[in-house]
Structure formats: C-alpha cells, structure tokens
Design a binder for this molecule. Structure first.
Ligand code: GLY
Length: 307
C-alpha cells in the first residue's frame, strides 16, 4: 500500500493526473513519467491563466489520449477481436453535471465527447456507434479504426491470442485521469480508457460509471480511478473515497482507506487520485506502481512510485 500520507499541501489551484496503475515495464517507466508530467503541466497552464477546472482536466486528459504510451485514445488496448473500444467520463463538482460514453471506436478524444454530452445534451451517457455519430454531429474529430492501434498494442494482442501473454498477468491498467481545483473553488474529475487488454467485445469497465471511474462535488472534492474495473465498480471507488475524507480528516488517508476496502471486499488492483475542496492531495494504489503528477505551486511533482 502506497500513499502520500506524510505530505499535505494547500494550493490556490491544483491539478493531479494519473496515467494508470500496475506493472509498468522497466523500459517504459520514463515514458509514463514524462507523459503524466507534461499532462499536469498543460493542465496547470490553464489554471494559472485563470481557466476553469473543466478546461484544465480536459486539456490534461486530451494530452494523455494523444500520447500512445497510455491506454486511452491512441494507444488503447485491443479487445479479443483486435479492435479498440474506449470509455470516458467527466464530472463537474459545481452542479454534479456529468457526461460519459462507453464502447466508442472512432472519436479521437473521448473526453471531449463526454464534455459535449454534459454541456450540450439533456442526457448523461451514450454508447457505441451512436456515441461516435454524436461526436460527428458536434464536429469532433473522428479517426479510422487503425489510427488507435499502435505496434506495441498489436504485438501484445498477438502474444495474448497465441497464449504467450496472459492478459491478467499483463495487468498494467494505464487508464488516464485528472482532477482539478480552479481559482473559483470548483472541482472537476475526468477519466478516459481503452479498458483492459483482450477484453470481450462490448465489455465496459468502471471508467464511464458515475462514482466508480470518477466523481466530483464541490462539497466533497473530486476523484479519478484506474485499475481493474470489475472490482472498482463493485465498491463505487471514487465516490467511496470522497465520502471518507471527512471521516479520515485527510484525502490521503481517505484514498488509502478506499483502496483497502476494495482489496479486502472484492480484491483487484487499482489506484486513485483525489482532491478535497481546499486542494489537498490524496494518492493511493495497491498495484506495484502508478504514474502520477501534481503541482506544488508552479512545480510539478511526478513519478511512478510514491517515495
Ligand atoms: N479501469 C478501466 C477498466 O477497467 O476498464
């Protein structure tokens, strides 16, 4: 169990991002670290120039969706049939607005579509082809199916198909997410993923489910999760962690308690980033590593292991 238990920060604006939890292969550790650092930087730029938490988390998540090292957007893992199916969510703590999508195949930046659903439709969640069509209708960029498939993911998929690589033992859940507090005191959370490798077509994990993959409420804080969706969703991990902040008096302890609860009740590997309404940071995971970054003033603290 890892957490930032000994450190407490209070900032006027804050962004925390994650790039997944699991067995980060040694030769890729640097790429994950650089990716989350840059994502936090672009999100922080938005906040320090007076931008909203909504714009900050969208910017950070879009950055990671476009970075092929992560399991979101380009670089997403492939399902059993060799295709990418992506899920995403955004939650606005100011009014509990939410937008989410499951099983999209063509929208370049799923988090942008989640935000459009939140802001421009009367609904909360869309799935599959209809969601991709909605993206087109709102002028979002669609890509060919092959745009999302990287050589690395194709090779992994071939190894899984031939039985050389066990998808569960592979277990690097490099879902991406961000939470932010802006200068007006609003908190927002967003999460985006290609799901788990070699999943059954149509399988949906925790990411697009409200309270599981993400949650935000200005009175509670904001949270984004990564890890095995089948266990995360059973304990509604993001909302559960935020509910613990008052009990524990600290988001770091709250994040640890929520991960421990999941582990003891249903097992599974996961990671969490949470922020309280004052901008205090909570990071915890029960996987070997988790890629994370957050600002401390203008400085970005980042890594794949909590010291
Ligand atoms: N946490 C991502 C998934 O299980 O799909």
């Amino acid at each position: 169990m890892n957490s930032l238990l000994s450190r407490r920060y209070t900032e006027k604006v804050r962004i925390i991002v994650h790039g997944g939890a699991g067995n980060i292969p040694k030769n890729n550790t640097g790429l994950y670290s650089v990716g989350v650092k840059k994502a936090a930087e672009v999100g922080l730029d938005v906040l320090v120039s007076g931008g909203s938490a909504l714009d900050a988390v969208e910017t950070a998540v879009v950055y990671m969706e476009n970075d092929p090292i992560f399991d979101a957007g380009k670089g997403s893992v492939l399902n059993k049939d060799g295709f990418v199916e992506m899920d995403a969510i955004i939650v606005d703590g100011a009014d509990l607005g939410m937008g989410s999508i499951a099983g999209v195949r063509r929208v370049r930046n799923p988090v942008k579509l989640a935000r459009i659903i939140m802001e421009k439709t009367d609904n909360n969640m869309f799935i599959g082809n209809s969601a991709d069509n909605l993206a087109k209708q709102f002028g979002l960029r669609l890509e060919s199916l092959s745009y999302f498939v990287t050589d690395r993911r194709r090779e992994e998929w071939e190894d899984m198909k031939e039985g050389k690589l066990d998808p569960m033992r592979r277990s690097m859940y490099s879902t991406v997410g961000a939470v932010a507090l802006d200068s007006k005191g609003n908190v927002v959370a967003a999460t985006s993923t290609g799901g788990i490798p070699f999943k059954m077509p149509g399988r949906v994990g925790d990411t697009p489910l409200i309270g599981c993959g993400a949650y935000a409420d200005n009175e509670l804080g904001a949270a984004s999760a990564t890890g095995l969706g089948e266990t995360i969703m059973k304990i509604v991990l993001s909302k559960t962690a935020l509910g613990y902040i008052k009990l524990e008096g600290d988001p770091m302890r709250a994040a640890v308690r929520a991960i421990k609860l999941m582990e003891s009740k249903v097992g599974g590997r996961a990671g969490l980033i949470i922020i309280d309404p004052k901008g205090n940071v909570g990071i915890a995971y029960n996987a070997p590593k988790m890629a994370f970054a957050f600002n401390e003033g203008n400085k970005i603290v980042y890594g794949t292991e909590i010291p």
